[in-house]
Ligand binder design. Structure first.
Ligand code: SF4
Ligand code: SF4
Length: 292
């Protein structure tokens, strides 16, 4: 089962929901079926991963992630320009008797190498970031860390998602927004929780995120964070669009203070574990309903 946690904008509390859901459900799995890998947490917010601050995993494995970029053998190249023509990302240009490569624009699709008539292109790896694997209690933890200044996050997200085991409960902390990295992170999910806040900005970005999820045909529901600060716009929109509001979390100074020191909210207000378990139960029912 794969549950992704996303939000149309940053700063809504997406990671808080993901981390506390994982911590709460880990306790829910019956001891008879629980093993050390029953819940996995995948931090796919690779540009700014921060779930590790709260889960404090013991990292045991780090792996470099690269994408293949072209390297031209000038001895074989006839400067025909075919590679430039085929590249949809303007990552390769042929100027007079020179082939220029812009590695930071290259998506590593291999099109230029395949279509070069002279077989003058080979591929070399360009590191875009690393994956880190470890454990936080009984939670298997994986995250990706994109290199500073690097824009090519989808391949790194794919590398993090390679750790998904579909017979486990996989919690994905997706990047914020509605662009390619988010789509890469949430696709394949059985359910997506959209975290928002009850403000006009929150509503605006929620509407965009809902459009994406409907296009991807992923079932979803909404969690409203800081629910008592703001207006009724999100509630009204969800009710009009028939979107389930799964949980409302009122602003609490204790949660904010705990967040600022890297402490999960279920540790400072343990009653929230029950709320997260209820949230998980609702999602599970929807999941099994889909599977039936
Ligand atoms: S397609 Fe091959 S031969 Fe043609 S310009 Fe590009 S690298 Fe050179
Ligand atoms: S690998 Fe793909 S993206 Fe990169 S330069 Fe070649 S055609 Fe362009």
């Amino acid at each position: 089962m794969i549950i992704s946690i996303a939000s149309g904008k940053g700063g809504t509390g997406k990671t808080t929901i993901a981390v506390n859901l994982a911590l709460s459900i880990t306790k829910e799995i019956p001891l008879s079926v629980r093993n050390d890998t029953s819940c996995q947490f995948l931090d796919c917010d690779v540009e700014e991963p921060n779930a590790h601050i709260f889960l404090k995993p013991d990292i045991t494995q780090r792996e470099s992630v690269s994408i293949p970029v072209p390297k031209v053998d000038e001895k074989k190249c006839t400067y025909c320009g075919k590679c430039q023509e085929v590249c949809a990302y303007n990552a390769i240009a042929v100027i007079k008797n020179k082939v220029l490569i812009f590695p930071e624009l290259c998506h590593g699709c291999g099109g230029c190498r395949l279509l070069c008539p002279e077989k003058a292109i080979e591929e070399i790896g360009r590191e875009i970031g690393i994956t880190q694997i470890g454990k936080s209690g009984t939670i298997e933890f994986v995250n990706g860390k994109l290199n500073i200044g690097e824009a090519m996050s989808p391949p790194l997200i794919r590398a993090v998602k390679k750790s998904i085991l579909t017979d486990k409960i996989n919690i994905i902390d997706a990047p914020p927004g509605t662009s390619c990295p988010v789509i890469e992170a949430i696709k394949g999910s059985n359910y997506c929780i959209l975290v928002t806040e009850p403000t006009p900005f929150g509503l605006n970005d929620l509407i965009l995120a809902v459009e994406v999820l409907r296009k991807l045909k992923i079932p979803f529901g909404v969690v409203v964070n800081r629910a008592d600060i703001g207006d009724k716009g999100v509630d009204n929109y969800c009710s009009k669009e028939n979107i389930p509001v799964l949980m409302q979390i009122p602003f609490d100074r204790k949660i904010a203070e705990a967040y600022s020191t890297g402490i999960p909210m279920v540790e400072v207000i343990p009653e929230y574990k029950t709320c997260f378990l209820e949230l998980f139960t609702k999602i599970k029912k929807l999941f099994f309903y889909q599977e039936a």
